[in-house]
Design a protein around this ligand. Structure first.
Ligand code: ADP
Length: 192
């Protein structure tokens, strides 16, 4: 069972790489951001609550994020393994994660792969993405910068959590999509 956390700041390419990884390694993609956007589209109670936070560049609450992970794991209980994209995002979520996985009989976290990208590229990538995706949180430079700041203040420290457990690898996320994908595959092959 492979449980891989794909990690990195907004715009690092987690969604793009996740799609390629799940195909090659036959894994299930769990993206808290995708689930939240679907809920926003359908105007569910979770979506209505989340929209207010996300459009402003804020995180949803830990409780909301954890509930999503529980639901997604329940919905895919025959999976070979998972790519977690956008979770965990806070120290609390990381601390709870092993318990959550074991409740679903899914083993423990195998590895965190952090995609490292030069900061100036991130803003550029997100502003470009907004033209196609229409995501309100990608449209304005100040909201993007706020999300990157929150990533640095609340999220990037989770790297140390997994480093200290011997479950951390970082890869260079600058360059062409396929080149980055090959770097990720080389790392996953070591843990298979
Ligand atoms: P990005 O493209 O910026 O990496 P995502 O698509 O993963 O973002 O998620 C979009 C938004 O959903 C985030 O900016 C955040 O507000 C919210 N979100 C997603 N996952 C979590 C989480 N685990 N904890 C808190 N908020 C989250």
């Amino acid at each position: 069972m492979l449980n891989i956390i794909l990690f990195g700041p907004p715009g690092a390419g987690k969604g793009t790489q996740s799609k390629k990884i799940i195909e090659k390694f036959n894994l299930t993609h769990i993206s808290t951001g995708d689930v939240l956007r679907k809920n926003i589209e359908k105007r569910t109670p979770l979506g209505i609550e989340a929209k207010k936070l996300i459009d402003d560049g804020n995180y949803v609450t830990d409780e909301m994020a954890i509930e999503i992970i529980h639901n997604e794991l329940s919905n895919h209980n025959n999976s070979n393994g998972f790519i977690f994209d956008g979770f965990p995002r806070t120290t609390f979520q990381a601390e709870q994660f092993s318990n959550i996985l074991s409740k679903h009989g899914g083993g423990d976290v195998t590895l965190m792969i952090s995609i490292e990208v030069d900061e100036i590229l991130l803003v550029e990538r997100l502003m470009n993405r907004s033209k196609e995706s229409g995501r309100p949180d990608d449209r304005q430079e100040d909201i993007i910068k706020k999300r990157i700041d929150i990533y640095h203040s609340r999220t990037s420290c989770i790297k140390d959590f997994y480093k200290s457990r011997g479950k951390f690898e970082s890869i260079n996320g600058n360059g062409k999509i396929d080149v980055i994908f090959n770097r990720i595959c080389e790392v996953i092959d070591k843990y298979k």
